[in-house]
Design a protein around this ligand. Sequence first.
Ligand SMILES: [Zn+2]
Length: 232
Amino acid sequence: MSSESGVPTFRDAQTGYWARFRPEDMATEEGFRAQPALVWRWYQHRRQMLQGVQPNAAHLALAAFAQQHPGRLTLITQNVDGLHQRAGSADVLCLHGDLMEDRFLDLPRPCCHPDTVETGDPPQCPRCGNMLRPGVVWFGEPLHLPTLEAGQHAARQCALMLVVGTAGAVYPAAGLARLARDAGAKVVIVNPYASELDAVAHVVLRGTAAQLLPLLLAAHVPTPPGGMADSA
Ligand SMILES: [Zn+2]
């Protein structure tokens, strides 16, 4: 979904100075507690990279569809880059959190307030030292349960699930496609490459999100009288 916007994957982002560090040390609570300044700067680096990219045609097509068909689309993503929100999508279920958000590392005490943190790498509560950390789900951490449950609910209720650009290897997110299929939905995969979910799908479309989603999401829009009949 986001590679066509130029967002590097987690591993591809680790180039240059950052190539010397193991992903496990940059994306676990243990790694953050061991080297909070280093890990915080890594996330600041990734946030700066995101400021230079834009939502692509796939993000925009989903947002436009949702605006034209209120209540018809539930958008569930494993991406943490915020590009769906920047494209105009609301109520996005971000299974792996949001890279642009912060939260406190330890349970916030009454003294801990995001607006009064001391700036630094990372910022921290001036009273108790509680550090801010990026609002993403790290290795070994559970997903935000209400978000996952909302996604599972949508998967059970939907008539059609589009599975876009995922290798389908990370659970429980990958389980949503099977959940939808078992509940009677049609499952359509959009992916330039083979994925582990291909066997779950009714239809597999080989192509990128930016190529195919604008066509798919516009395809059923009623054609005005006298208009093109083959706009799909
Ligand atoms: Zn505090």
